[in-house]
Design a protein around this ligand. Structure first.
Ligand code: PGA
Length: 256
C-alpha cells in the first residue's frame, strides 16, 4: 500500500494584518521545526505572500507558501486577480482551487474551477482542490454524488502524470467555520468514496499516492481522531490555523 506523507495546510482566509501574519508565520516555522514527517503549508492573503515569504526564507522552506486563489491565465486584463505566474514569483508553491467559499460565496462554476486546476498544474504549482457537499445535499444523501461530480468536472482529461501535483481536500460546506465537524467515520467514508473516483479517473497507483485531506472545524482536540482514519491524510485548517500553537498541535496530530 502506498505511504502518503501527511499534509496540513493553514488557510488564513481574509484574516490577519501584516504584523499579525508575520508573527503567526514565525510561530508556525518555529513550532514545526521538529515535526519533519508532516508537510506543512500556510495560505496567507495574497497581498501578504511576499512579506510572509520573507519570514519563511525560501520557496522550498520547511513551511511551504500557498495562495488561496488565482486566475486561470498567466497575465492579462483581469482586474483584481492574481496569476499563477505571480504566485510563483512570490515564492508560492501551492494554490487552493475550488474552496467552498469561492464556489458558494463568489459563485465560481465547475467549469471555471476546472480551468484553474489546469492552469495551476501547467504553471508547475501544486493544486489543492477542495470538494464537498452543502447541508441540503448531505440531508438528501448526495454527499458521494456531489464529491464525484466535483472531482469529475475538475479533473476531466487529466491523467496519472499530475498525481504528485495534486492534493484533494474534502470539506463538507456545513462543517466549515461552524464548529460542526463531520464524524471521523463519516469523513472516512466520504474520502474512501472520493479516492475510488480518483482511481477511476487517474488510475489506482495515482489514487494511492494522492493525499486527501479533511477540512471543516478541525481543532487540536479532534484532529487526531480524524487523521487516524485510513483515507484521511491530514487537514486543511481555517479558524484554528490563526493561532500558532493550536495549528502546531494539529500538525503534530498528523504525524504518521
Ligand atoms: P475551518 O475552515 O477550519 O474554519 O472550518 C476550513 C477551511 O475553510 O478550509
Amino acid at each position: 500500500m502506498a505511504t502518503r506523507t501527511p499534509f496540513v495546510g493553514g488557510n488564513w482566509k481574509m484574516h490577519t494584518t501584516l504584523e499579525e501574519g508575520r508573527a503567526l508565520a514565525r510561530s508556525v516555522v518555529a513550532g514545526v521545526d521538529d515535526i519533519p514527517d508532516v508537510e506543512v503549508a500556510i495560505f496567507p492573503p495574497a497581498c501578504y505572500l511576499l512579506p510572509i515569504m520573507g519570514v519563511l526564507g525560501k520557496a522550498d522552506s520547511r513551511v511551504l507558501l500557498g495562495a488561496q486563489n488565482c486566475y486561470p491565465e498567466s497575465k492579462g486584463a483581469f482586474t483584481g486577480e492574481i496569476s499563477p505566474v505571480q504566485v510563483r514569483d512570490c515564492g508560492g508553491r501551492i494554490v487552493l482551487v475550488g474552496h467552498s467559499e469561492r464556489r458558494h460565496v463568489l459563485g465560481e462554476s465547475d467549469a471555471f474551477i476546472a480551468r484553474k486546476v489546469r492552469s495551476v498544474l501547467a504553471h508547475d504549482l501544486t493544486c489543492l482542490l477542495c470538494i464537498g457537499e452543502t447541508l441540503e445535499q448531505r440531508e438528501r444523501g448526495e454527499t458521494d454524488a456531489v464529491n464525484e461530480h466535483q472531482l469529475r468536472t475538475a479533473l476531466a482529461g487529466l491523467d496519472a502524470s499530475i498525481a504528485d501535483q495534486l492534493i484533494i481536500a474534502y470539506e463538507p460546506v456545513w462543517a466549515i467555520g461552524t464548529g460542526r465537524t463531520a464524524s471521523a467515520g463519516d469523513a472516512q467514508q466520504a474520502q474512501r468514496a472520493a479516492r475510488r473516483v480518483v482511481a477511476d479517473l487517474l488510475g489506482e497507483e495515482a489514487a494511492g499516492m494522492i493525499r486527501i485531506l479533511y477540512g471543516g472545524s478541525v481543532k487540536a482536540s479532534n484532529a487526531q481522531e480524524l487523521f487516524s482514519q485510513e483515507d484521511i491524510d491530514g487537514g486543511l485548517i481555517g479558524g484554528a490555523s490563526l493561532v500558532g500553537e493550536e495549528f502546531v498541535r494539529i500538525v503534530e496530530a498528523a504525524r504518521p
